[in-house]
Design a binder for this molecule. Sequence first.
Ligand SMILES: *[C@@H]1O[C@H](CO)[C@@H](O)[C@H](O)[C@H]1NC(C)=O
Ligand SMILES: *[C@@H]1O[C@H](CO)[C@@H](O)[C@H](O)[C@H]1NC(C)=O
Ligand SMILES: *[C@@H]1O[C@H](CO)[C@@H](O)[C@H](O)[C@H]1NC(C)=O
Ligand SMILES: *[C@@H]1O[C@H](CO)[C@@H](O)[C@H](O)[C@H]1NC(C)=O
Ligand SMILES: *[C@@H]1O[C@H](CO)[C@@H](O)[C@H](O)[C@H]1NC(C)=O
Ligand SMILES: *[C@@H]1O[C@H](CO)[C@@H](O)[C@H](O)[C@H]1NC(C)=O
Ligand SMILES: *[C@@H]1O[C@H](CO)[C@@H](O)[C@H](O)[C@H]1NC(C)=O
Ligand SMILES: *[C@@H]1O[C@H](CO)[C@@H](O)[C@H](O)[C@H]1NC(C)=O
Ligand SMILES: *[C@@H]1O[C@H](CO)[C@@H](O)[C@H](O)[C@H]1NC(C)=O
Ligand SMILES: *[C@@H]1O[C@H](CO)[C@@H](O)[C@H](O)[C@H]1NC(C)=O
Length: 613
Amino acid sequence: MGLTMLPSRGVLVAAIGLVCASLLLGRCLAGDPVVYFDWDVSYISVAPLGVKQEVIAINGQFPGPIVNVTTNYNLIVNVQNDLDEPLLITWDGIQHRKNSWQDGVLGTNCPIPSGWNWTYQFQVKDQIGSFFYFPSINLQRAAGGYGGIIVNNRAVIAVPFGKPDGDITIFIGDWYNRNHKDLRKDLDDGKSLGMPDGVLINGKGPYRYNTTLVPDGKTYRIRVHNVGISTSLNFRIQNHNMLLVETEGSYTVQQNYTNLDIHVGQSYSFLVTMDQNASSDYYVVASARFVNESLWQRVTGVAVLHYSNSKGKASGALPDPPNDLFDKTFSMNQARTIRWNVSAGAARPNPQGSFKYGQITVTQVYLLKNKPPVVINGKHRTTLNGISYAPPTTPIRLADQFDESGVYTLDFPTKPLDGPPRIASSVINGTYRGFMEIIFQNNDTKVMTYHFDGYAFFVVGMDYGEWTESSRGTYNKWDGVARCTTQVYPGAWTAILVSLDNVGVWNLRAENLDAWYLGQETYVNVVNPEQTNKTELAPPDNVLYCGRLQSKQRYISSKYLCIKEAYQDLTINLIIICRPQAIHHKASSASRPLGSKMVVDLLLLFAAAAIFL
Ligand SMILES: *[C@@H]1O[C@H](CO)[C@@H](O)[C@H](O)[C@H]1NC(C)=O
Ligand SMILES: *[C@@H]1O[C@H](CO)[C@@H](O)[C@H](O)[C@H]1NC(C)=O
Ligand SMILES: *[C@@H]1O[C@H](CO)[C@@H](O)[C@H](O)[C@H]1NC(C)=O
Ligand SMILES: *[C@@H]1O[C@H](CO)[C@@H](O)[C@H](O)[C@H]1NC(C)=O
Ligand SMILES: *[C@@H]1O[C@H](CO)[C@@H](O)[C@H](O)[C@H]1NC(C)=O
Ligand SMILES: *[C@@H]1O[C@H](CO)[C@@H](O)[C@H](O)[C@H]1NC(C)=O
Ligand SMILES: *[C@@H]1O[C@H](CO)[C@@H](O)[C@H](O)[C@H]1NC(C)=O
Ligand SMILES: *[C@@H]1O[C@H](CO)[C@@H](O)[C@H](O)[C@H]1NC(C)=O
Ligand SMILES: *[C@@H]1O[C@H](CO)[C@@H](O)[C@H](O)[C@H]1NC(C)=O
Ligand SMILES: *[C@@H]1O[C@H](CO)[C@@H](O)[C@H](O)[C@H]1NC(C)=O
């Protein structure tokens, strides 16, 4: 299949043991494999919709490589930031047990400065499923930089369906021909982003993405991620049923859909059997939801499902979207049919449903209400409960570690505030081992999605209107699906339950990029009051410092390290000292040619060193 699948380069499964101990400093359990990735994040110039623009690529690929690992693997991802602005990569849906240090958001990590590299080290502990990574700051996801994460079951644990004949990842998402910097400027200026210029499927415009598949009853697992900016999409494949089997790490009750609404940040796995004749290819469609279709026609992604022995091009009309312009309950009813398979095992051999969330007593309740954008101190902002979050320059987790007080406040309101909205670094105080109920109330006019890092939560209810205490009577206390991103319909609420068993500082945010960028997020700080190092890992050795802790920063980018060493050693022989470093850095991505870029880097180094010395 001519797909961008596993990166064969720069990936290496190392033997366990020694490597594990020395590189992860005892962070990984003996026996769990270590996988290495070397990523160079840079702009490439491409024209997905016919207009040339700067797109964020990883090792020159857009979308980025797929991280294909198995439960409990340790990942080491060395990220070189070759963008012209700071960078953080976040791993949506990866729970980072005891380890919010690797989450890649501003509450836990200082951004990697332009030109620097930083190595993420984490374990995909006790989880399975389909997720994706992306750059988390500065609206960069609007320019790409995303890629898939597959966490396979360990061999000893049964998967609740037969082994598919292949595995395909499909990224769908709305797209603008303006780059993320221009989009940012629009938001800063108080403008809305307006109608997207189109929908990309695997980084390509309409009809440009076509895969080769084998027909004759072969069955593929298709993992679909909405990596877009802010548009809900309806996904469907002409003449093919899609059997839903998994969402964001939970096996679902298996059901056929002819189409499914996939909201921003959500991931689903379907089994699709190539059961049509090969007289032609078939269309794959992702179209904008809840909009006037005749005005939004261009916001439709089309790919081609290409049977390997197909005798003709895909033909006929694109498969129809749901006909529900006047039926706002269709999508919500469809969402309610997505349920947990309580008898299937997932990361562990015991059935998913053995965690009986419906019987646990709730200890903390947060009713979080969003509102349409407002102006606060002359700035266009979005809010939750009247708070528009401003990330402090010192990451919250780091401030706690070094007892820096006054960086943020632990006073996020449990219900919507009366009075004028304000900008604040206000955070939720999560009780370790507590059981939290969060109700999202969407007072805006479009579908929102909310995501919680570090956890999977149970989606127990959603309905139109205002949530009240009696709404609890409608909750699904048995097989609500556990996931990390849920939609909240306009004028409606969604309730989730989550067991706060993961110590750390965890981002709770709107996944819609525009609302997130303008302040619709907060963090949940989960602290174990007991003094122990057993429930949270220590900060990694390479932790970056910034804000109030800037002066602790010892590390210098590998690119420039040799200059400092040369200076300290008072040696002028830069070639000897610099070269191994530079070559090591570049050569680590095995088959990447040591081309002109390295020569330029070295020349820059010499020039810089000349000035420095
Ligand atoms: C940067 O990359 C070099 C080698 O490629 C590595 O030795 C170093 O640990 C990396 N720096 C950080 C902070 O991860
Ligand atoms: C749920 O999982 C079990 C165990 O793997 C499987 O046998 C069953 O078919 C699944 N049920 C549905 C409805 O998907
Ligand atoms: C992921 O790796 C497993 C082996 O570990 C392999 O069977 C599977 O085909 C790979 N998946 C993809 C999408 O490359
Ligand atoms: C696949 O897309 C390319 C353009 O990206 C086009 O040239 C080619 O004809 C397409 N193939 C099929 C089978 O549609
Ligand atoms: C789903 O649809 C396929 C046909 O495309 C059918 O063979 C299968 O039995 C259906 N499965 C369920 C659970 O309805
Ligand atoms: C193949 O399927 C299409 C529609 O699915 C049908 O119109 C056509 O007659 C079929 N051709 C053959 C040779 O079965
Ligand atoms: C959709 O937009 C078209 C073109 O502006 C307009 O004629 C039509 O009335 C709109 N439909 C609805 C349902 O608003
Ligand atoms: C945060 O919650 C804990 C209980 O989980 C409590 O002991 C502590 O006082 C709270 N802190 C603040 C600032 O409210
Ligand atoms: C937003 O809240 C106001 C006041 O509670 C209410 O009148 C209005 O209907 C709500 N709008 C939506 C879309 O929920
Ligand atoms: C945890 O604390 C214990 C006792 O203070 C100490 O012996 C041990 O080395 C610590 N472990 C780690 C990983 O820091």
